[in-house]
Design a protein around this ligand. Structure first.
Ligand SMILES: [Zn+2]
Length: 250
C-alpha cells in the first residue's frame, strides 16, 4: 500500500526533524548511561552481602561445633565418674571372679572415655580453625563495606549527573519540537515510536533513500532537491530529507 505523501515546502522542517532525531538518539544514549548505574550499584551491594553471608555461615558452624564439643565433654566427665566408682569397687572385691568382671567393665569404660576425649580434642581443633577463618571473613566484610561506601557515593553522584544530562537534553528536545509543524511531528512520532527507531533519513547524492537505499523516482528526487519537502520513501516508509548541502546551504 502506498503511503500518503507528507510534504512541506519548508527547509526548516527538514532540518528540524533531523535535529529532533539526533536529539532523540542522544537522549537514548544518555538514558542508557544513566540506567547502567543500577546494576553497578547492585554489584557493590552484592559483594558486601556475599561477605556477610560467608561470615554468618562460619559463625553458625562454630556454634554447632561448640555445642557438640560440650556434649562430648560432659559425656567424658560422666564416664570418668563411673571409672572412679568402679576403681573404688575394685578395692572391695572379694573373689577373683568378681575382680575380673569389674576389670573388664573398667577396660571398656576407659576406652569409651578415651574415645570421647579424642572427639573433644578434634572438635576443639576444628572450632579454632573455623574461628580463625571467621576472623578473616569478618575482616574481609569490613574491607568490602569500607570500600563500598565511597564507591557507592561516587556512583550515586555520577548517576545524578547522568540524570541531569538527560533532563537538560529533554529541555532542548522540547524546544526543537516547539519549532516543528504538528503534522510532521505526528508523522515523526508514529515512525520513531517514541524515539526508539529511525524516522527520517537524508536522500543520498545519487537520489536514493538514505535508510534503505532504494532509488527515488526522478520527479520526487527533484522535488526533494529543489523545495526540500519531506517525502516518504515508498520502500521503507521513512521520511526522506534533502541531501546535506541543499538543505543546509541556504
Ligand atoms: Zn527507504
Amino acid at each position: 500500500m502506498r503511503e500518503a505523501k507528507v510534504s512541506v515546502d519548508d527547509v526548516s522542517a527538514t532540518s528540524g526533524l533531523l535535529e529532533l532525531q539526533t536529539m532523540d538518539s542522544r537522549i537514548r544514549e544518555a538514558q542508557g548511561r544513566a540506567d547502567a548505574y543500577g546494576p553497578q550499584l547492585g554489584e557493590i551491594a552484592a559483594v558486601a552481602e556475599r561477605a556477610a553471608e560467608a561470615a554468618d555461615e562460619t559463625g553458625c558452624r562454630v556454634r554447632d561445633l561448640q555445642v557438640e564439643e560440650r556434649r562430648r565433654r560432659l559425656a567424658a566427665e560422666e564416664k570418668t565418674g563411673r571409672v572412679r566408682r568402679l576403681e573404688e569397687r575394685l578395692k572391695q572385691v572379694r573373689t577373683l571372679r568378681e575382680e575380673a568382671a569389674v576389670q573388664a567393665e573398667l577396660a571398656v569404660l576407659k576406652r569409651a572415655v578415651e574415645q570421647e576425649e579424642m572427639e573433644v580434642i578434634q572438635l576443639l581443633d576444628q572450632v579454632s580453625r573455623l574461628e580463625e577463618r571467621l576472623r578473616d571473613q569478618r575482616e574481609e566484610l569490613e574491607g568490602a563495606e569500607s570500600e563500598a561506601d565511597p564507591r557507592r557515593d561516587e556512583l550515586l553522584a555520577e548517576h545524578a549527573m547522568a540524570v541531569a544530562q538527560v533532563e537538560r537534553l529533554n529541555v532542548v528536545r522540547d524546544e526543537i519540537r516547539a519549532g516543528i509543524d504538528p503534522r510532521l511531528l505526528r508523522a515523526y512520532d508514529h515512525l520513531a515510536r517514541g524515539g526508539s527507531r529511525k524516522a527520517v533519513a537524508r536522500m543520498t547524492e545519487d537520489g536514493a533513500c538514505g535508510s534503505c537505499y532504494s532509488v527515488m523516482p526522478l520527479q520526487i528526487q527533484n522535488e526533494i532537491r529543489t523545495r526540500a519537502p519531506l517525502v516518504r520513501c515508498e520502500a521503507c516508509g521513512l521520511l526522506v530529507a534533502a541531501p546535506t548541502d541543499e538543505a543546509d546551504g541556504d
